[in-house]
Design a protein around this ligand. Structure first.
Ligand code: PEP
Length: 242
């Protein structure tokens, strides 16, 4: 089943998040062709969770800490995100890697997400320089190994991997469907022991190009930033034409 995830980043406060949720819900026709998930900022999570409860729209969070509780000022507990209604958690987004120096501990975040009962969406992807040097797969493979090490196969059941080339995020320049397909195939091959694995593509996905990715057999969904911030365009992504 398609999984379309809107990453709202730090763009909307509580009021605007609720307004966007209303707009998306107004555009829902039954039945939904797949799963639709929105990831508002942490401050809006609880209100958003209350609003989407008993609707087909699902909730995710943009990040969590790897400890579940304690003296970690400013951090977000995976258990609290779950309590707010999050089903999914984006982990290891390139903006977290770039601006908050996330690296090896992404592995502990993935484990914590699973232990709290959420589904991790682990983001992987190479920079332009790494691609041009021919190292795209080596980088992604390393991020997968690092992100998933020592977590049992059973626990990783249902995991989602978002392949997001860094140079395609927020730039308007998406990867070619061929490149996305090649990377998705390699990810599937690398993780072929995992049941229920889903590979998403992310990087400048919009209503005009989503079908190029969603029609690929290897791609099960999309992680979307900019185009998820308007109800109309998010609804178009959910109801992309087959
Ligand atoms: C993202 O934030 O993960 C993303 C893919 O952003 P955009 O769709 O704006 O490129």
């Amino acid at each position: 089943m398609d999984l379309i995830v809107g990453n709202w980043k730090m763009n909307l406060g509580g009021r605007d998040s609720l307004q966007l949720i209303e707009g998306i819900l107004e555009r829902f026709k039954k039945p939904l062709p797949g799963e639709a998930v929105v990831c508002p900022p942490a401050t809006a999570l609880f209100m958003a969770g209350n609003r989407v409860e008993e609707t087909p729209l699902q909730l995710g969070c943009q990040n969590v800490f790897y400890e579940r509780k304690g003296a970690y000022t400013g951090e977000i507990s995976p258990d609290f995100a779950r309590e707010a209604g999050s089903k999914y958690a984006i982990i290891g987004h390139s903006e977290r890697r770039q601006f908050f120096s996330e690296g090896p501990e992404i592995n502990r975040r993935v484990a914590a997400v699973i232990n709290s009962g959420m589904i991790p969406i682990l983001c992987v992807g190479e920079s332009l320089e790494e691609r041009e040097e021919g190292n795209a797969w080596a980088v992604v493979q390393n991020q997968l190994k690092q992100g998933l090490q020592d977590i049992s196969t059973e626990k990783l059941c249902g995991l989602a991997i978002a392949y997001e080339p860094v140079w395609a995020i927020g730039t308007g320049k998406s990867a070619s469907p061929e490149d996305a397909q090649e990377m998705a195939s390699r990810i599937i091959e690398e993780l072929n022991h995992l049941q229920g694995l889903r590979v998403l593509y992310g990087g400048s996905v919009k209503p005009e190009n989503i079908s190029e990715f969603m029609t690929l057999a290897e791609i099960d969904g999309a992680l979307v930033g900019g185009a998820s911030l308007k109800a109309d365009s998010f609804a178009k992504l959910i109801y992309w034409e087959k």
